[in-house]
Design a protein around this ligand. Structure first.
Ligand SMILES: NC(=O)c1ccc[n+]([C@@H]2O[C@H](COP(=O)([O-])OP(=O)(O)OC[C@H]3O[C@@H](n4cnc5c(N)ncnc54)[C@H](OP(=O)(O)O)[C@@H]3O)[C@@H](O)[C@H]2O)c1
Length: 293
């Protein structure tokens, strides 16, 4: 059977990246992609030691330009300060949003003020955690990601805030009872999320990049580690479900759903890495939802 020779070039520079000989005529593009990935070798970590790499005394390393980079702290601060600020523009009903007669007026519904407090405190918490709690292992991320992430966070914040602070907004169907239940869910999940972030921080000595298996501590909120690998995501989704019940607002429900989908993808990836990295990883754990997902 005649085999094909496939040359892979960089789309921008036309530089030859690799040459695959003896490719089966029936090979799919997915198979060719996988052959290409194999020829690229493994990517190296900062801590890899030259002596331990599968190279002789002459090592050839390849450099890949990932484009302009930006620090993680800057990324998080930009992503989180945006929603905080944008939400408040709608809350204070600044001109050109709801019509002239509503400029700087205030809603008569208590739930609107409560929602603003919850939303603001949530993002203030995230900003403070980014500055003082998280110990990130990777310094930077590609600049283009920030545009994608900001569109997501800022866009949803504006969409949610527009409806919740709208002069024609109607409070939830079951009134104060629904709001109180939702507030309880929100507060519990925020405390849970913070507790997990503290527990993760304590796993890693300052300045290091160590990864360990997280275990429950004396703080009951961390006991969710018995059942899931990423309880901070579980609590984060819970907070937004609480916020959606409180405001009974469709864009909030959609934001919760999109966030849940994204965090499930990440949680599955982190769960897989834990299983790969630690042989004694607790078998009962699921990625994000106990016993289910
Ligand atoms: N609403 C949304 O759509 C949304 C989406 C994503 C995140 N969030 C919020 O943002 C928070 C942070 O997100 P994230 O994705 O950065 O969370 P994460 O991956 O769980 O990491 C949180 C911090 O803990 C460190 N860490 C994680 N596992 C560790 C381990 N086994 N040993 C030592 N350190 C470990 C991480 O370091 P590394 O730098 O090494 O990872 C990072 O500094 C989430 O918990 C959630 O509250 C919200």
């Amino acid at each position: 059977m005649k085999h094909y020779e496939v040359e892979i070039l960089d789309a921008k520079t036309r530089e030859k990246l690799c040459f695959l000989d003896k490719v089966e005529p029936q090979a799919t593009i997915a198979e060719i992609k996988s052959l290409f990935t194999k020829t690229q070798g493994k990517s190296l970590k900062d801590e890899d030691v030259l002596q331990k790499l599968p190279v002789g005394t002459t090592a050839t390393l390849y450099f890949r330009d990932l484009g302009a980079q930006i620090s993680w702290v800057t990324v998080f601060l930009t992503e989180y300060a945006g929603p905080l600020f944008i939400y408040l523009l709608f809350y204070f009903r600044v001109p050109f949003i709801y019509g002239h007669k509503y400029d700087f007026t205030s809603s008569r519904h208590t739930v609107v003020h409560l929602a603003c407090t919850c939303h603001s405190l949530h993002y203030v918490k995230r900003l403070l955690e980014t500055l003082f709690v998280h110990r990130f292992s990777h310094g930077t991320m590609p600049l283009r990601n920030i545009f994608k992430n900001c569109t997501y966070y800022w866009g949803f914040a504006a969409w949610m805030a527009y409806y919740i602070n709208h002069p024609l907004y109607t409070p939830p169907t079951y009134g104060a009872q629904q709001v109180k239940l939702a507030l309880a869910i929100f507060v519990i999940c925020q405390l849970g999320n913070f507790s997990i972030h503290m527990a993760l921080r304590d796993l890693r000595p300052a300045g290091s990049k160590t990864r360990k298996i997280p275990y429950p501590t004396k703080n009951p909120f961390t006991w969710l580690f018995l059942l899931v690998s990423c309880p901070n995501y579980t609590y984060e989704v819970g907070s937004w479900i609480g916020f959606a019940i409180m405001t009974q607002c469709l864009p909030v429900a959609l934001f919760s759903l999109v966030g849940f989908t994204q965090m499930t993808i990440w949680a599955k990836g982190k769960h897989r890495s834990y299983l790969k990295e630690f042989r004694d990883y607790p078998p009962l754990r699921m990625p994000i939802i106990p016993f289910l997902l």
